[in-house]
Design a protein around this ligand. Sequence first.
Ligand SMILES: [Zn+2]
Length: 113
Amino acid sequence: MSTLPPCPKCNSEFTYEDGQQLVCPECAHEWSATAAVDAREGDKVIKDAVGNVLQDGDSVSVIKDLKVKGTSLVVKVGTKVKNIRLCDGDHDIDCKIDGIGPMKLKSEFVKKV
Ligand SMILES: [Zn+2]
């Protein structure tokens, strides 16, 4: 017998298969077994403000003034940022900005150039 993934809602290990669906007997949550696998295998897609998919090494420009946390510096709208690196977390872009240094940006505040 194959091991089924635990319930994504309540973490119950007593999930069972019902056709293409997985069912949790404890919280009655049902979900698709195939969708669960797809979500795990696919890389997280990070998109810019207008929906372009961003990749490591892309260049972006900042679409609004952004205060740099803990400093009086501001990354001005239109600032070009080269060679971004995608990362996990709330701020999902790691980069280095001329005159400011290494910092993290939110993908929703940049546009691919
Ligand atoms: Zn459950």
